[in-house]
Ligand binder design. Structure first.
Ligand SMILES: NC(=O)c1ccc[n+]([C@@H]2O[C@H](COP(=O)([O-])OP(=O)(O)OC[C@H]3O[C@@H](n4cnc5c(N)ncnc54)[C@H](OP(=O)(O)O)[C@@H]3O)[C@@H](O)[C@H]2O)c1
Length: 303
């Protein structure tokens, strides 16, 4: 049966687990949800659960670590010709060690940053005025963030987009290369969100820090790290004040994605209150440079 056109549609990446799953469920109460993920069986599970609750959902296969897959997924979403009210760039990973894609790119940087930007840039011209785009980022990008500092994290380690794509980070970073990759990918996503919001005044483009959600897949961190982080560390200061749940985070995402008050270029914290990110992410020159280099890199890989 063809889908009715007059229902608002929300596109959600990473809807098969954690925050994205809760956001997809919450958004399905507001409209139709396009579930964008890499695993067909998992997507089917989420889709049927949403439809059992009376919602509407459809699946689009997309491996964000594979830029060709992202381009195909974007074309498939555009061909659906649905009225997209919001795009939630939620999917993300945090492997602790360095990891590469089959194309030789840094797995974390492509999954968390290049893939989402390629998807967003492809969809933007097809979004109606007033549509929302939200990037799920992380306060770890900020070298001055206290809980991250305590954990030995050193914030984004950006040299250039090209260097990040190849897994090269500014020296003096965290002990685990995976953390530098994660922080840099999220810093670039935050900076790009700000740059895109300035460029596209007809849209609302924002970023959200979801808080510390120890019960999610935590983007693939290993079991020991997950236990230590989830059951011990996050119950203590300075972490405890940022502790959240995927349900709460999903509701914040939903509030940001359904907002109609023309707020754009805002970085929200785990309570949905505007927050400040790193000085670098707020630097306009840095934002423009990151976006320009990203476009050049994506154009090169598409050629
Ligand atoms: N949890 C936290 O404390 C925390 C804090 C700050 C920021 N965040 C951010 O919040 C977002 C959601 O994280 P989470 O904690 O909910 O993690 P999660 O439970 O591990 O969920 C990650 C989601 O991303 C998807 N994904 C991973 N790699 C992908 C790829 N190559 N292509 C397409 N989809 C892919 C996963 O799909 P599969 O099911 O197929 O694996 C899953 O749906 C991430 O961006 C994360 O960086 C989380």
């Amino acid at each position: 049966m063809p889908l009715p056109l007059n229902i608002e549609t929300y596109v959600v990446t990473g809807p098969t687990s954690g925050i994205g799953l809760c956001a997809a469920r919450a958004l399905s109460k507001q409209g139709r949800v396009v579930l964008v993920g890499r695993n067909h069986a998992k997507l089917e599970g989420v889709r049927t659960a949403i439809e059992r609750q009376g919602g509407q959902a459809l699946n689009v296969i997309c491996d964000l670590a594979d830029l060709e897959s992202v381009r195909r997924a974007a074309a498939e979403i555009i061909a659906l010709d649905l009225p997209i009210a919001g795009l939630l760039n939620n999917a993300g990973i945090m492997p602790l060690r360095e990891a590469k894609t089959p194309a030789g790119l840094d797995l974390t940087f492509v999954t968390n940053y290049l893939g989402p930007i390629a998807l967003t840039e492809a969809l933007i011209p097809h979004l109606p005025d007033g549509a929302n785009i939200a990037f799920v980022v992380s306060a770890i990008e900020d070298p001055e963030r206290k809980p991250a500092k305590v954990m030995g994290m050193r914030g984004g380690r950006f040299i250039s987009v090209e260097a990040s794509a190849r897994g090269k980070w500014l020296p003096g970073g965290a002990r685990m290369a995976g953390v530098d990759a994660y922080a840099t990918s999220k810093q670039c996503a935050l900076a790009a969100a700000f740059a895109l919001s300035r460029e596209n005044q007809r849209l609302q483009i924002n970023a959200v820090e979801p808080g510390i959600n120890p019960t999610t897949g935590l983007g693939g961190a290993n079991a020991i790290a997950q236990f230590l982080f989830g059951q011990i560390i996050t119950r203590l200061p300075p972490f405890s004040q940022y502790r959240s749940t995927p349900e709460r985070a999903g509701n914040i995402m939903t509030a940001v994605l359904t907002d109609r008050s023309n707020k754009t270029g805002v970085y929200y914290d785990e309570k949905g209150v505007p927050m400040t990110g790193s000085a670098l992410a707020h630097d306009r020159q840095f934002q423009d440079r990151v976006l320009a280099e990203t476009r050049a890199f994506l154009a090169e890989t598409a050629a």
